[in-house]
Design a protein around this ligand. Structure first.
Ligand code: 13P
Length: 336
């Protein structure tokens, strides 16, 4: 295993003032996004949308360190015939690939999910590496029980998901690919921020135990966590300062300092909240790892609406803006 190469890629992914664009929506999810602008989802419309983003300057060169792609996109070519992965690499960003095959209901555990995709993963990773991918992503989905139901998440759900994340991570490192490990505690629900803290800690403690037990080299990984935040339907919404403070406290308690960097998911937060939370953490705390973004919706919602399927200049203007704001937040220099 070439640990130096993995570490070097990981450090590029969390370079100062830069973060990751998560453009790895599955075909089903991107259809839902396109429905909001009444655009038919076809291989060409998906390509046009993503090519428009990957050609946005100065966003790509200055604020995007890596792009997470979906299988289809890694194989697609721009209109002028350049592979999209090459287009990304030419901006200085690292092409990456989502390799899980989605979260399915966990047998015997109503309301809980398990992420699939380990079968044949070694062979798929070898192909992805040949296609230019240098990092990968696997997302575990952890739900929080409604109405104070403390049985969700179960120990069984946490154990199986974190075990799968570690198996994925080890296969990635063997293939020369940096694994982004993403244990996402879902925001939906009526739980308060304290319950989110408890569940996030429960997941992260098990994750780092599994990564250790399976021999994953932490220096060649990136963590993609949720922030510690109130449930979307919780009557009491914690302030931005509380979210930042509790997220930092939870990560400090759970994530070894040898992890090269942490890149948050946005998870349904508003664009500005996602930027503000990241900024407060970077401005106010002395941390052992760089903290940055790996946003999907919080980077793409505004450009998607502005583009509307046709207006490239408007789409690129909106993407430039959000990329710049999040780049500043990654430095703790954003101002509302
Ligand atoms: P969001 O930022 O929209 O949560 O997407 C990030 C991601 O990659 C989720 O897996």
């Amino acid at each position: 295993m070439d640990i130096d190469a993995l570490y070097e890629t990981a450090m590029r992914m969390v370079a100062p003032g830069k973060g990751i664009l998560a453009a790895d929506e599955s075909t089903g999810t991107i259809k839902k996004r396109f429905d909001t602008i009444k655009l038919e989802s076809t291989a060409d419309s998906r390509r046009d949308w993503r090519e428009m983003l990957f050609r946005t300057e100065p966003a790509m060169s200055e604020h995007i360190s890596g792009v997470i792609l979906y299988d289809e996109t890694l194989r697609q070519k721009a209109k002028d015939g350049t592979p999209l992965a090459e287009l990304i690499a030419n901006t200085g960003a690292v092409p990456g690939i989502k390799v899980d095959t989605g979260a399915k209901p966990l047998a015997g555990a109503p309301g809980e999910m398990i992420t699939e995709g380990l079968d044949g993963l070694r062979e798929r990773l070898a192909e992805y590496h040949a296609l230019g991918a240098r990092f990968a992503k696997w997302r575990a989905v952890i739900n929080i029980g409604a109405g104070g139901d403390e049985s969700v998440p179960s120990q069984y759900c946490i154990n199986t998901n974190m075990h799968a994340l570690a198996r994925y991570a080890m296969l990635c490192q063997e293939a020369g690919i940096v694994p982004i490990v993403e244990p996402e505690v879902i925001m939906d629900g009526d739980h308060d921020i304290d319950r989110c803290y408890e569940v996030t800690e429960f997941g992260l403690k098990r994750l780092y135990a599994e990564l250790f037990e399976q021999g994953v080299v932490l220096e060649g990984t990136i963590l993609k966590p949720n922030m510690v935040i109130s449930g979307t339907n919780c009557a009491t919404q914690a302030s931005r300062e509380e979210v930042a403070e509790m997220t930092v406290q939870c990560l400090t308690n759970c994530v070894p300092a040898s992890v090269p960097g942490i890149a948050f998911l946005s998870g349904g937060q508003s664009d500005v909240d996602a930027t503000a939370h990241l900024n407060i953490m970077n401005a106010g705390f002395d941390l052992p790892w760089p903290l940055t973004f790996s946003y999907g919706r919080a980077l793409q919602a505004a450009p998607l609406a502005a583009w509307g399927g046709k207006d490239e200049a408007a789409g690129q203007k909106a993407f430039n803006h959000r990329a710049k704001m999040n780049g500043l937040a990654a430095l703790g220099e954003w101002d509302e």
